[in-house]
Ligand binder design. Structure first.
Ligand code: GDD
Ligand code: MN
Length: 741
């Protein structure tokens, strides 16, 4: 089957088309083992068809009567003739340099995107000749973006004439492009497309005149309005989120709840400040807790009438309100110092944040779970990558994960401390982590993942330019990671969002898998536990270790192989509030203990679910995450600090328990089912962005296949059970089960 069809629409391009085809065919020849066909769809009145005749390309000449749709119709006619799995559309006047166009198409074919757009707005050169043409191009762009702000949010050049798309991602019968709005029509009529962009410098038109005219402008406007109407009709049919009017209603109700909350807040502040004599800022904090609880009870029960999952919603709600204390407190203090009454200052700052609180509650906390459009923009860079400047070459921290993966890092990675290997040579590592300058100087509208084609370089940059959470990966025999300064201060984020993902890929290439699960060895029997995040897995492990004398191997991730062997992977434990009860605190100072209780709140369910929800919006989520981790570091205690225990090396696993919440009971689990659950739970652990972008670039599909194979070997000698409990009774059930064996 043809791999790529190149479609070139032409209208009176007699001086240009031969040059285009010469250069195009020259680089198509160089494209090894890609089978390419070229289709020229011609609407000319000059002798363009004669110019094309000498070339090994297909020409479709449309006589004047058949020229429906103009440029758009011509492209569609070409697509109907095309046999390629991928289709590249490009202009026939050399404004799209054929070498660049082919490079773009090849990049697209290697990517997992459905459409790759050549954008003129990623660099300076727009290639638009003349001020008028420039002006109309910008107006058309502005208009399109204004009419479809969300759908075109991540697309900088929806009117580009250079783009490549996957043939089977597009439904031809849906498309009705008119004139120049070909790509726009395609994008708007296929909402679910995975889109990437590649910046390129458009050249000047070689000869002849542009076919953009006043008439084309009118065609464009009419088409835009038609698309808009079509979209509105679609919206009415699929509307789920409620109308503007209903949103306004919710805002009013939210306001009434908030008003009552103001009363509660002020009363609480009066008691704390006036009666109990607390410092006014402390009073403001504590009063906020009181009113938050009040507001939540009313909002949740009356306004949104939500069912289960209440605790998680409460913690999201509470975290948002606690977070808003950060901007509030300094303002309260300023006002008070300026002589404003404490109660007035409190109410003023609360009211000022009303709209923000409503929006966060409505969109983030109570917003529909439906997947929104991915906020991260994907760019393909067709040029060679810029080297990132690192200030430092020496890697003081070396880690050796069971001789399988070796890491050298400039920053300490607390999660890997167990694997510290000071004697490991710098030339023996598989992954390096350094600090350097990544990312452009200027801020950007959204987070971007850029892939350099043919160089295996990936760059993730967030909104804040150099200051944001940026990193760069260069893949090769050694994977080099460079993280920006912000991430360098949050090694926890570097580890969980970058290094652990890379570990997973490297381990698989060595026949091992990093499985989201906990493992202990009890009386010589290897036991694996799996659960969705935040079920109670860690608590169960701690109970097994503390009450039943199990040897600890891992709590969050386990290294396994296809022979059923599990290797220890002891990270510092993430202690959620329900896990605290299983901790034996003798070794902790009272201060550490207090801190742990606070940290456990933030870093458990509420914090994670809030972060996951925020990640769907156009926010610098990794940077926010890094900041939070810097302010409240995650609990950093290793398991033997929390409960006295021995950490083992490896164990042959024969028992698997999938733990669930629910009425107590045990059911057998067949191997296929066990496999699905383990994989699902592993995916769940990697839900946080930008993992999905990293993963696709690194070849996630293949990884999953290989992991499947390893896991199926591992499970061959394992008996699986589902253990349900509603009272955190898993460890006793497991113990009981083993004694019965
Ligand atoms: N078959 C056919 N029929 N081809 C056409 C027609 C038509 O009615 N009109 C234009 N073309 C061909 C031209 O021969 C050229 O190869 C290509 O389409 C682009 O036309 P230009 O006339 O060179 O357009 P431009 O350079 O002003 O516009 C560029 O920017 C637009 C957005 O601002 C192009 O890249 C357009 O595709 C793009 O939409
Ligand atoms: Mn042109």
């Amino acid at each position: 089957m043809t791999a790529l069809s190149v479609i070139i629409p032409t209208r009176n391009e007699r001086e240009n088309v031969a040059l285009v085809l010469d250069r195009l065919l020259a680089c198509v020849d160089a494209v090894d083992d890609v089978d390419v066909e070229v289709i020229v769809v011609d609407d000319s009145d000059d002798d363009t068809p004669d110019q094309v005749a000498a070339y090994p390309v297909r020409i479709e000449h449309r006589p004047p009567a058949d020229r429906i749709g103009g440029l758009g119709g011509a492209v569609m006619a070409g697509v109907r003739l095309a046999r390629g799995r991928w289709i590249l559309v490009m202009d026939g006047d050399l404004q799209h340099p054929p070498e660049v166009a082919i490079r773009l198409a090849k990049a697209a074919m290697e990517s997992d995107a459905d459409v790759v757009i050549g954008t003129r707005y990623a660099g300076r050169n727009t290639g638009l000749d003349g001020a008028t043409r420039l002006f109309t191009a910008y107006s058309a762009l502005g208009l399109a973006k204004a009419l479809f702000p969300r759908r075109l949010a991540a697309v900088s050049d929806p009117l580009s004439g250079l783009f490549a798309f996957r043939r089977d991602a597009i439904d031809l019968d849906r498309m009705r492009p008119q004139g120049f709005a070909v790509l726009l029509d395609l994008l708007l009529r296929h909402p679910g497309l995975r889109i990437a962009e590649a910046g390129f410098a458009a050249g000047p038109r070689n000869a002849g005149r542009s076919k953009a005219s006043f008439g084309q402008g009118v065609v464009f406007l009419r088409h835009l309005l038609r698309l808009r109407r079509h979209r509105l009709a679609g919206q009415l049919r699929h509307r789920t989120g409620g109308s503007r009017l209903r949103e306004l209603g919710r805002m009013v109700a939210f306001g009434l709840v908030g008003l009552s909350g103001l009363g509660v807040n002020t009363a609480a502040l009066w008691v704390l400040y006036d009666r109990l004599g607390l410092h006014h800022l402390l009073g403001v904090c504590l009063a906020t807790i009181a009113s938050t609880t009040w507001n939540f009870a009313l909002t949740d029960a009356v306004l949104y009438r939500r069912g289960p999952g209440r605790a998680a919603r409460f913690w999201r709600f509470a975290l948002v309100n606690a977070g808003l204390l950060v901007p509030r407190l300094p303002v309260v203090e300023m006002l008070v110092r300026a002589g404003v009454n404490v109660y007035v200052a409190n109410v003023v700052t609360l009211s000022a944040l009303f709209l923000l609180r409503f929006l966060i509650s409505d969109r983030v906390i109570y917003g529909a779970d439906a997947q929104r459009r991915d906020p991260v923009r994907t760019l393909v860079d067709l040029g060679p990558p810029l080297a990132s400047r690192t200030r430092y070459a020496y890697l003081p921290y070396r880690y050796d994960v069971w001789g399988l993966v070796r890491i050298g890092s400039q920053i300490m990675l607390p999660e890997l401390e167990y694997f510290r290997a000071p004697r490991l040579g710098a030339d023996q590592v598989d992954i390096t982590v350094r600090v350097g300058d990544v990312g452009g100087r200027r801020p950007r509208h959204r987070a971007t993942m850029t892939r350099h084609v043919g160089h295996d370089v990936l760059r993730y940059e967030e909104h804040l330019g150099r200051l944001g959470a940026n990193f760069r990966l260069e893949l090769g025999p050694v994977t080099d990671v460079v993280v920006g300064p912000l991430l360098a201060h949050s090694p926890h984020v570097v580890y969980t969002n970058i290094v652990e993902a890379l570990l997973r890929f490297t381990l698989v290439s060595r026949g091992h898998m990093l499985l989201h699960s906990a493992t202990v060895s009890l009386d010589g029997v290897g036991i694996m536990l799996s659960a969705l995040t935040d079920t109670g897995k860690t608590a169960t492990v701690l109970h097994l270790v503390r009450d039943h004398g199990a040897v600890f191997l891992s709590d969050d991730m386990t290294v396994i192989d296809a022979s059923g062997r599990a290797y220890a992977f002891p990270k510092p434990l993430t202690i959620s509030s329900h896990t605290l009860r299983a901790v034996q605190a003798e070794d902790l100072t009272p201060r550490e203990w207090r801190r742990l209780r606070f940290q456990s709140r933030l870093h458990s369910k509420g914090g994670r679910s809030l972060a996951l929800r925020l990640a769907r919006f156009n926010l610098p989520i990794m940077g926010m995450n890094a900041l939070v981790q810097m302010i409240v570091p995650p609990p950093k205690y290793s398991v033997d600090r929390l409960v006295p225990c021995r950490i083992g090396d490896s164990a042959q696993v024969t028992e698997l328990f999938v733990i669930e919440r629910g009425p107590s009971g045990e059911t057998a689990l067949d191997p296929a089912d066990a496999m699905e659950r383990l994989l699902r739970n592993t995916d769940d652990a990697y839900g946080f962005p930008p993992f999905s972008h990293l993963a696709t670039a690194l070849g996630y599909e293949r990884l999953r296949e290989q992991e499947r194979e390893i896991l199926s070997g591992f499970l061959a000698g394992v008996r699986g059970r589902v253990v349900a409990s509603d009272r955190f009774g898993w460890s006793d059930a497991i113990r009981g089960h083993l004694t019965r064996l």
